[in-house]
Ligand binder design. Structure first.
Ligand SMILES: [Ca+2]
Ligand SMILES: [Ca+2]
Length: 319
């Protein structure tokens, strides 16, 4: 079982097929088509190319503005089946008291021999410190929800370089907890550009998962080298390398699931109904990233540019 992040899959189908076929399970992010036609087409073509039975499960459109992204898990359905899933309830979007721009999508998969909970996240680079810290709450919630310690959190955390420099690690509970293993280490370069060396993309695991990882398998997959691509072509595929781990499964007896006849599962909607009773709209405390045109001041990254920040924006939302 492997996992991977593959960005901007729409543009460069063919190369992506070659990359996707390495994996039994893939977390995909930054999906921006309004229907699910692109992913459906991709998985359909992937099945034709590979002769395998891949399927996918899609999150809601996630974001605070009209710019929204979806997550998807693409999986080999003869070996993996989604059992149950939910969107993490991160607070009230309308009040700006939510903790993520794109709240994590959480899916419990079963294989013939085991079960595993996966949490996918694409953090906001502007609030990477707060969001990666808040992933600790998501991890706690996922463990309770599914009554298991075996959780993998993966995605573009923006967890390096200027977005999350090393001196901020003490503020990040996900990093400080001894119960979590950061499988993609700080020295890894997950960026395709030769001008950046940053471990933005991460796989973090708990429970029995770290013990099942094949040593040395957690890494960024340099598809430019592996496929012999020119630099410009590699950059057309993505600005990030996929990150991957290989899990050894010693108890699998060769059993496979029956593939389903339909393609694609909608993972439901995010966002519980909420009200803003008692919320102070004049402060950015607990409201970093908040933007609401009907309110006099904002706490989003571009408020400085428009001179519309609440007075304490710097204190609570900037370093
Ligand atoms: Ca949110
Ligand atoms: Ca690089």
């Amino acid at each position: 079982l492997l996992s991977i992040i593959c960005h901007t899959l729409i543009q460069m189908y063919l190369k992506c097929f070659q990359i996707l076929q390495r994996y039994q399970l893939v977390a995909v992010q930054e999906i921006m088509d309004s229907d699910n036609a692109a992913v459906k087409h991709l998985v359909h073509q992937l099945n034709q190319e590979s002769g395998c039975h891949y399927n996918f499960i899609l999150s809601d459109h996630l974001g605070r503005s009209s710019y929204r992204e979806r997550y998807a898990f693409v999986y080999n359905e003869e070996l993996l089946q989604p059992l149950d899933w939910y969107h993490y309830d991160d607070g009230c979007e309308e009040c700006g008291t939510d903790s993520f721009i794109r709240e994590p999508f959480i899916v419990k998969f079963s294989s013939p021999s085991t079960e595993l909970v996966l949490v996918v996240i694409h953090t906001s680079p502007d609030y990477a410190v707060q969001e990666v810290d808040s992933l600790f709450d998501v991890w706690t919630d996922a463990k309770q929800h599914f009554n298991t310690e075996d959780v993998i959190i993966l995605g573009d955390f923006n967890a390096d370089c200027s977005f999350l420099p090393a001196n901020k690690w003490p503020l990040v509970r996900l990093r400080q907890s001894k119960a979590l293993s950061w499988l993609i280490v700080d020295s890894e370069d997950t960026t395709v550009s030769v001008n950046t060396h940053c471990a933005y993309d991460r796989i973090v695991a708990s429970g029995t998962v770290p013990d099942t990882i094949i040593p040395g398998s957690a890494s960024a997959f340099n598809y430019q080298k592996a496929l012999g691509l020119l630099y410009d072509k590699a950059r057309d595929v993505s600005d990030h390398y996929p990150i991957e781990v290989e899990v050894k499964d010693t108890t699998w007896d060769g059993m496979m699931f029956e593939p389903s006849s339909s393609l694609g599962i909608e993972g439901g909607q995010s966002g519980m109904p909420c009200d803003c009773v008692g919320v102070d709209f004049t402060t950015c405390k607990g409201r970093c990233g908040a933007y609401n045109p009907s309110l006099p001041c904002h706490c989003n990254a571009s408020c400085s540019k428009y001179n519309s920040c609440c007075a304490d924006y710097k204190e609570f939302c900037q370093d």
